[in-house]
Design a protein around this ligand. Structure first.
Ligand SMILES: [Zn+2]
Length: 129
């Protein structure tokens, strides 16, 4: 649980091994303001089940990118498009979310929020392309 921008494990209902506690406490708290929520399908009488999380994620509808992998273009272009589709281009908003950079502003045009759309469409030098 995050309280006041810091991890608070004192309300945890189960004892965590020290290495898990250390791992949680060393994970940066995201800037986004989301309430904690329990996902009950992942917890049963035996406790949390990573296998259930994995099964749940596998069962989620995935974006159909078969067209991308079958397209006749350079592999590096396929990879960039795949990263764009998954919103995994390392733009400043993503880097700021991961606490790698202190802010999400575009370093080139000083736009307040550099996300995928800004990088490929809205950035002033991307528009002519
Ligand atoms: Zn920019």
């Amino acid at each position: 649980m995050v309280i006041g921008g810091k991890w608070d494990l004192s309300r945890n209902s189960m004892d965590l091994p020290d290495y898990v506690r250390d791992r949680i406490l060393s994970t940066p708290v995201p800037d986004i303001d989301l309430e904690d929520f329990l996902i009950p399908t992942f917890v049963d009488h035996t406790g949390f089940s990573l296998a259930k999380v994995y099964s749940h994620l596998i069962a989620q509808p995935q974006m159909d990118l078969e067209w991308l992998w079958k397209s006749k273009t350079e592999p590096k272009i396929k990879i960039v498009l795949w990263l764009l589709c998954c919103d995994r281009i390392p733009h400043k908003a993503l880097l700021a979310l991961r606490k790698i950079t202190p802010d999400s502003a575009c370093p080139r045009c000083k736009h307040m929020y550099e996300d995928s759309i800004h990088v490929i469409r809205d950035y002033i030098f991307s528009v002519p392309v």
